[in-house]
Design a protein. Structure first.
Length: 362
């Protein structure tokens, strides 16, 4: 009887110890994230199944010859019948395919579907405090933002050699900048010409190219990056104002998406002076109502610089005038302003904003 009693006590103690050990293992696994990862794997499988279903729906609609908005509407409607709705899922349909993702797991690249999204607002905050930005252009890898308005005088970097800032009269506080043309030895460097689509790179031939090189030299415009921990790895670069190529790419993509008209042909000058002209002319008129490419001018004669040398024998740089004319202007005029451009990696986390405040939140 004594032996049996001892055995029973040992058995009870053993069971209690096993329960404690099992609980300890569960707690440990939970703390190390293994259980969470297993749950994520299950969710991932569900997401994958939904994505595969969406791909089959898209293929069916595409084979029926649907494109553009008709394709978007048809795929969205078919997914809705499968209880995959825009209430719970972010659904991105293009002529190239379909993506379905949970709304709490989006990137800015997911949200920018086409050039129809150019001009939408975003809550990006730069290191020097500029907060008002718009989507200007996008590729598979990058999203380009442009300042919504000409930046104010106190936001212009002060370390560019030979810069002249307007100090008097009506232009005093509106961020106007020119160049004195005396800093030939202080040329800027184009660090990422392919990113900014800068087809020119030799800034030694004339002074207008030197001034344009300062406008695209990223070291002078780092203040428009956001270097906080959550942003820094997604910020690819910043320049002082759009290049001519970037402007034309954005304009053409948006206009062709909207109306299939008003395409600007970018043409290089053939005289070897490192500059451009447009459509065999120096003048292209934009709609002044489209403030993505123009701006609310204080004076019609003032303009926004484009970071591109005008190379037809004059010391000028391309500009967009307040009346919507794309032309050229002498680099010494300090009545011209800047709309900086920031390049973000498209995988930066983002979500939809509200129409009353901003379109995208990052």
């Amino acid at each position: 009887m004594k032996k049996n009693g001892i055995s029973l006590i040992v058995l009870v103690i053993t069971i209690i110890v096993m329960i404690i050990l099992a609980a300890s293992v569960v707690i440990t696994l939970s703390n190390t994230g293994v259980i969470d990862k297993a749950n994520d794997a299950v969710n991932s499988t569900n997401d994958q199944q939904i994505q595969e279903l969406a791909a089959m729906v898209w293929a069916e609609s595409y084979m029926e010859g649907l494109r553009g908005q008709e394709l978007i509407d048809d795929v969205t409607e078919k997914l809705n019948t499968q209880k995959i709705t825009t209430t719970d899922w972010y659904i991105k349909v293009t002529d190239k395919g379909v993506t379905v993702k949970e709304k709490n797991n989006l990137t800015l690249g997911d949200l920018i579907i086409s050039a129809l999204d150019y001009g939408k607002t975003i809550n990006y905050v730069s290191d020097n405090g500029v907060t008002d930005w718009k989507v200007f252009y996008h590729t598979d890898d990058y999203v380009y933002l442009i300042a919504s308005e000409k930046i104010a005088k106190d936001k212009i970097p002060t370390n560019i050699p030979g810069t002249v800032v307007a100090e008097d009269g009506i232009l005093k506080e509106t961020g106007n900048i020119g160049w004195n043309g005396k800093e030939e030895n202080g040329k800027g460097t184009i660090q990422n010409p392919s990113m900014w689509m800068a087809e020119w790179s030799d800034y030694t031939k004339n002074k207008n190219a030197i001034w344009a090189s300062f406008l695209i030299d990223e070291k002078y415009w780092e203040i428009f990056k956001n270097t906080t921990a959550e942003y820094s790895r997604y910020i690819e670069g910043a320049i002082g104002t759009p290049t001519l190529e970037l402007f034309v790419a954005s304009w053409n993509a948006k206009r062709l998406q909207e109306t299939n008209t008003n395409k600007i042909e970018l043409t290089f000058s053939a005289n070897g002076t490192n500059g451009y002209y447009l459509n065999s002319s120096t003048s292209v008129k934009l709609a002044t109502s489209d403030d993505l490419y123009t701006w609310k001018a204080v004076l019609n004669g003032t303009s926004i610089w484009l970071a591109a040398p005008f190379g037809l024998g004059t010391e000028c740089v391309f500009v967009i005038y307040g009346n919507g004319t794309v032309g050229n202007r002498g680099y010494s005029h300090a009545s011209d302003g800047l709309r900086p451009v920031v390049c973000l990696k498209s995988d930066i986390p983002a979500k939809l904003g509200t129409a009353e405040t901003t379109d995208y939140v990052i």
